[in-house]
Design a protein around this ligand. Structure first.
Ligand code: TYC
Length: 112
């Protein structure tokens, strides 16, 4: 006997809705990360920038000197990647420290 087309109207090829298994995998959300950038200028002394990188970014003198030279030559460089709150704190610390020493050093952050 042929199936009644009306009784088939709400049936999917898999069968009844009761058989549909919902995807229960958890989508893990990674927190957004922010790049902290240091900008070159013509006035901030090189040794001051090296000191900033050692003091606020935990670099060795050699790492700090190399990154300072990259900023000096290229105009800017990423000095670290952090959560929003940590990046914001680093930017504030660098900007406050530079201002207190009357250097025009600029530090900013941008979403990665
Ligand atoms: N260009 C500066 C100078 O020649 C040095 C400098 C390097 C300044 C890096 C800022 O982010 C900077 N004294």
């Amino acid at each position: 006997m042929t199936p009644d087309p009306l009784s088939m109207a709400d049936k999917t090829p898999q069968g009844d809705d009761a058989d549909v298994v919902l995807d229960t995998r958890t989508k893990t959300q990674r927190p957004p990360l922010y790049k902290v950038l240091l900008l070159n200028d013509d006035y901030t002394p090189m040794e001051f920038v090296v000191h900033v990188l050692e003091r606020f970014f935990g670099m060795t003198h050699a790492q700090a000197f190399e990154l300072m030279l990259t900023v000096h030559k290229k105009g800017l460089a990423v000095v670290g990647v952090f959560s929003f709150e940590v990046a914001e704190t680093k930017v504030s610390q660098v900007m406050d420290f530079a201002r207190r020493h009357q250097h025009p050093l600029q530090c900013t952050m941008e979403k990665e």
